[in-house]
Design a protein around this ligand. Structure first.
Ligand code: PGA
Length: 244
């Protein structure tokens, strides 16, 4: 499977940030797939800036309905129309800030698939859940309830331990390997097809190579370190496939 290295800009970036994408275009990517998910205001600009580069753009969320009276929301079709090929769904910040449930994430994944977008569905435990030894149970339950009955085309899962996001903390390699094995097994049992499972949470140039070497890690979802082209391209370069 082609490794996917996706940048999640979150609520960062004005038009001037598109200059970072200009810089990213020339960075060597080899056999990796690179994706940038900017704020929705920059989607069309990012798509135009990256046109022809092979680097994709994605949204950070979408509504579950194809259109309607939902002030302030964006549909999957609108993201697609602006140039997106992927959409991040169920990020822990949305689950926290907007009370998004697994059922809502599932409905959004269906909407994304319906619009021809590949969903990147995020799962991950809190520190309390991990300290209680419940991380496997929690992630299994999130997967069960956040995904549609049939795997959407191009489905990607991002394992993002909540306690590792923006904290500089990362799980140990054996902890990452165990969780990725659990997720791969659950998806294989349910859908019968291989699905890429990304690791996310404090990935940076200094730890990317080590994380990419862990079995079952098919790429990364990168937050803070994706905002600067130099850091994001260093992370891409750290993947063994980038040299291919
Ligand atoms: P971080 O965020 O890389 O800044 O920890 C990752 C994410 O939330 O996707």
């Amino acid at each position: 499977m082609t490794p996917l290295i996706a940048g999640n800009w979150k609520m960062f970036g004005l038009k001037a940030a598109l200059a970072e994408l200009e810089a990213l275009k020339g960075a060597p990517r080899g056999g990796t797939e690179a994706l940038v998910c900017p704020p929705a205001t920059l989607l069309a600009g990012a798509a135009a800036t990256l046109a022809g580069s092979g680097i994709g753009v994605g949204g950070q969320d979408c509504h579950k309905a194809p259109e309607g009276a939902h002030t302030g929301d964006l549909s999957a079709g609108m993201l697609k129309d602006a140039g997106a090929s992927y959409v991040i769904l169920g990020h822990s910040e949305r689950r926290r800030d907007h009370g998004e449930s697994d059922a809502l994430v599932r409905a959004k994944a269906l909407a994304a698939a319906g619009a021809g977008l590949k969903p990147i569905v995020c799962v991950g435990e809190t520190i309390e859940e991990r300290n209680a030894g419940r991380e496997g149970e929690v992630v299994r339950a999130q997967l069960a309830a956040s995904l549609p009955d049939a795997a959407p085309g191009g489905l990607v899962i991002a394992y993002e331990p909540v306690w590792a996001i923006g904290t500089g903390l990362t799980p140990t390699n054996p902890q990452i390997e165990a969780m990725h094995a659990l997720i791969h097994a659950a998806l294989k049992a349910r859908f019968g097809v291989g699905v890429r499972v990304l690791y996310g949470g404090s990935v940076k140039p200094s730890n990317a190579a080590e994380i990419f070497a862990v079995a079952g890690v098919d790429g990364a979802l990168v937050g803070g370190a994706s905002l600067k082209a130099a850091d994001f391209s260093a992370i891409i370069k750290a993947h063994p496939a980038a040299a291919a």
